[in-house]
Unconditional design. Sequence first.
Length: 131
Amino acid sequence: MTTEVLKHTSRWMSTFAVEWHDEIPLKIHTRGLDAGGTPKWDPGFAAWLQGGGRNSESRRRITAAMRLLRKRSIREFEVAYRMMVLGEPIEQTTIWLNDRAIRNDKPERYSVKDTQVIIVAAVDKLLNWYY
């Protein structure tokens, strides 16, 4: 696998991870009060309200692409989710894949290179479905 392919994959994984986490804020208020004495909006929630109070178009697209990946290529989805959404390093994801295979009495054993191939394929599919 070339360095350029890995850089391209990493760049898109970062972009997709940011878009995945770009959702409705969980915190509405800070603990303080505004000038009028009412609870002060949390800055993240205020920005979300100013943006129309909805998930962005890119957030909707990556969510739809991830759903399609889960439906069509479950292993690639699992690896992409662990690495992009949970932020798990590739080595830990490889360990998880092997532990899962052993636990389910499957013959597959994965190396870090195998996991790289899976994530490159996953990102390639996500890119096709994202646009």
